[in-house]
Ligand binder design. Structure first.
Ligand code: GLP
Length: 243
């Protein structure tokens, strides 16, 4: 794992978008997995802009959504589905065969997890994953205590996740469970970026890169990935030894 620091959110996002755009140029059939949330917003916008401006051929890429709030319809503006539809799938007019998102309304969520695992296997794994970090150190909805060996699964959300998650919604919502890609997929992904910006993430990033590797602090899994990059802006970084 390596830590890379950027001056601000714009430079951080531009780095990630450029890296992904270049990866598509080098491998047109790239399999990309992204988190939603506030952190990757600008990266996704810049990626779409670059793809369009540079006329990058994206007709063979595959996109995978990292996680979803169970029970929310895709029309809910706070859902991950809505985020991806509006910012990536819609603007690029991706074909249904080019992406897979969890179905938060599925009657059989376990089966939806199996479908996701199968989809990833059929694509021969994920090439690039860009994730954020939750305020309890989670990645996706891999809450503290999740096995580093997990596949896609449904999980009872942590109290911190439930309350912080309200920021995505216009009105108070009941957030109970999440459905998420597991850590086995993250460890098998060829290149992983964990992105964070702002001072509220600084302590979490310090723990991620300097703390013990433990399932009780999920983001510490990044230390186990030999092509993992923790990418941050100045505000999110207090780890002097890496500067
Ligand atoms: C959410 C999502 C994660 C996201 C994280 C950080 O709960 N499940 O996928 O990366 O928390 O979100 P944000 O980027 O808004 O801080």
């Amino acid at each position: 794992m390596r830590l890379k620091q950027f001056k601000n959110y714009e430079e951080l996002s531009d780095f990630a978008a450029t890296d992904i755009a270049d990866a598509i140029k080098n491998k047109p059939s790239l399999v990309l997995c992204l988190a939603s949330g506030d952190t990757p917003k600008l990266t996704v916008d810049l990626l779409v802009k670059k793809i369009k401006e540079e006329k990058i051929n994206y007709s063979k890429i595959t996109f995978i959504g990292l996680d979803e709030w169970v029970g929310l319809p895709p029309t809910n503006t706070g859902s991950c589905h809505y985020f991806f539809q509006n910012k990536l799938i819609g603007p690029l007019q991706l074909k249904p065969s080019q992406y897979f998102l969890f179905d938060a309304l599925a009657a059989d969520l376990q089966n939806d997890c199996k479908k996701m695992d199968q989809f990833i296997n059929d694509k021969n794994g994920i090439d690039i994953m860009l994730v954020g970090i939750g305020m309890n150190g989670h990645i996706g909805f891999n809450e503290p205590g999740t096995s580093f060996n997990s596949l896609s699964h449904v999980i009872e959300l942590d109290e911190i996740t439930r309350s912080v998650g309200q920021k995505y919604f216009n009105e108070q919502v009941e957030l109970g469970k999440g459905i998420t890609i597991g850590f086995k997929h993250l460890l098998n992904t060829k290149k992983v970026f964990l992105m964070a910006n702002g001072s509220k993430k600084a302590e979490l990033i310090k723990k991620t890169v300097e703390g013990p590797v433990t399932e009780s602090f999920p983001a510490s899994i990044m230390q186990k990935h030999n092509n993992g990059f923790v990418i941050v802006d100045e505000e999110a970084c207090m780890v002097k030894s890496f500067h």
